[in-house]
Design a protein around this ligand. Sequence first.
Ligand code: HEM
Length: 153
Amino acid sequence: MSPRSLYRSLAFAEAVTWTLLIIAMVIKYVFHAGDLPVQIAGSIHGFVFISYALAAGLVGVNQYWSKRLITLAVATAVLPYATVPFDLKMDRSGKLDGDWRRSATADPRDHTLVSRLLRWMLRRPALLGGTSLLTVVVIMGTLLIIGPPGGQS
Ligand code: HEM
């Protein structure tokens, strides 16, 4: 999976889960039909939000995005559907082009600690996949214990 397809699939999934959450909120607040749909859709949305944020970080480091751009990419997931136009803008401006950087070039940006760590992980895809999943699960679990963002439990 290229950086482009990883980022684009999660940006799209984020919009889909916003749709689920909005439908669930209509069921809860307009039709007063219970909390269960919001609890389910909120959990799915939360999981995809954290996955999207992690992917934006990985892809952003790989694509030499600035810290500001990576922060902006994550922030777009807070607004319903904002990941879609942002993703289109990134794609059209060529910021999603190219493959994963598995080896260093002379570019100084390839020699930061984060870049080195990413390259090390990219050469071990199973470890990268497992660590990413574990990170998402740990963040999700922690947020569920302290109270999910936007949620009421
Ligand atoms: C910043 C990104 C997020 C936004 C904007 C957001 C927004 C929302 C909104 C609007 C609701 C519906 C609340 C209601 O009316 O009942 C909700 C529910 C929920 N969210 Fe999030 N959320 C975000 C991230 C997360 C994350 C990271 C998690 C994972 C831990 C999460 C887990 C939940 C859960 C479990 C619910 C259902 C709460 C309940 O009613 O029991 N959300 N979220």
